[in-house]
Design a protein around this ligand. Structure first.
Ligand SMILES: [Zn+2]
Length: 386
């Protein structure tokens, strides 16, 4: 039987400097993809080792081969190109406001290379199969692979004036991304991936994003704020269409409020309450949610929305330097036990430790200690609730 309170991660691990150098050289065309992958292999082995040593039960490859959690698809899907802010800012409806927003959000310029749909899209290669295969080969632990969700991909890459020449409405593009992701999830499952997590952080932006008629750092599409309910409905429908009927693999959806800066003030704030009616209708096994940060609000939001689904409980904040104590983690998990049975609670950090390659929110040392603290808490909880 699987143990209760399994410890897992959300995805990314801080990348070593030599990997960042290699990533830059690959981008500049100075090394081939093959050369880059060989260097990244070494970085993945390190990420695996840290997680195993920390006692993580379901590990990831640390997303070492990606520049961030969504724009890496530009290498995998034809018709998607990485554009810098400078290249697409002309399409922003209010340029000055957009620039101001970037400053306010503390978004580093390099992380604003965003994938934009500049043609009809078509899959070139599988999105994460190479990552999954290498990870599987080098660990005996269960493995998790994160994929950008269909809503995130659509919203970040459909830009009026560029993409609408090929996909008149963003809904049309969403259908295409959905098909590609659906195929990918099955491929990952058939190659031994235990857990596929769809990242949909922009859902929080629909609710709590700035009320500006501009494109934000990873949300090219929503130039004018639409009705959040309609937007969430669209996100829910396209996610369900992507995963409908897929079995044999644990499916999760990860939602957070941004993870690009250590500054808590720069990121979104607001609880899950308005999102829950939509979350509960998602055809996934697990919600992977932030709770360590105060910005995420209380877990008591589940009082009005009881669910039989699993929760991937964010119990440490990847952005802080202080390592959470196992006792504090246990106290919080015991609050969650009011709403979730022990066998349905997974423990993880709020988000990745290195979401954007060049601006990791923590060091490997602190990240490791945080994971270790979660494992310690998990083993005490297992004794108590087995
Ligand atoms: Zn996140």
């Amino acid at each position: 039987m699987d143990k209760i309170f399994p410890v897992t991660v959300v995805g990314s691990w801080p990348r070593p400097k030599w990997l960042l150098d290699a990533l830059r050289r690959k981008r500049e065309g100075k090394i081939s993809d093959e050369e880059f992958q060989a260097i990244a292999d070494e970085a993945v082995l390190i990420a695996i080792k840290y997680q195993e040593d920390a006692g993580v039960d379901i590990i990831s490859d640390g997303e070492q081969r990606r520049d961030n959690f969504y724009s890496f698809v530009a290498d995998k899907i034809e018709g998607v190109e990485l554009k810098t802010v400078a290249e697409f800012i002309d399409f922003a409806e209010d340029k000055a406001a957009f620039e101001e927003l970037l400053r306010k959000l503390d978004v580093p310029a390099f992380s604003i290379r965003t994938p934009i749909v500049t043609n009809f899209i078509k899959k070139k290669t599988p999105i994460a199969l190479n990552e999954a295969k290498f990870l599987k080969e080098h660990t005996n632990k269960k493995i998790k692979v994160a994929l950008p969700g269909p809503y995130l991909l659509t919203r970040s890459s459909w830009i009026k004036g560029i993409s609408d020449k090929y996909y008149k409405r963003k809904e049309d593009l969403a259908e295409e991304f959905s098909k590609i992701l659906r195929e990918e999830i099955k491929l990952l499952r058939d190659n031994g991936v235990d857990f596929v997590q769809l990242d949909e952080p922009v859902l929080m932006e629909v609710l709590y994003g700035p009320e500006l008629s501009v494109q934000t750092f990873m949300c090219a599409a929503l130039t004018a704020k639409e009705n959040p309910r309609d937007e969430l409905r669209f996100a829910l429908d396209i996610l369900n269409k992507t995963v409908e009927g897929i079995s044999g693999v644990r499916l999760g959806v990860h939602i957070c409020r941004g993870n690009w800066s250590k500054s808590e003030d720069a990121q979104l704030k607001g609880d899950y309450y308005p999102l829950l009616p939509f979350l509960l209708d998602m055809k996934v096994n697990q919600y992977v949610l932030e709770f360590a940060t105060k910005r995420a609000g209380s877990i008591d939001v589940f009082k009005d929305y009881p669910t039989e689904k699993e929760i991937g409980l964010g119990v440490v904040n990847p952005k802080t330097d202080e390592v959470e104590k196992p006792e504090d983690i246990i106290n919080f998990v015991e609050k969650a036990l009011n709403y979730f049975k022990p066998e349905r609670i997974f423990l993880n950090p709020d988000c990745g430790f290195g979401t954007f390659a060049e601006s990791p929110v923590n060091t490997p040392k602190v990240s490791f200690l945080k994971l270790k603290s979660i494992s310690k808490a998990a083993s005490i909880l297992r004794e108590k609730y087995h």
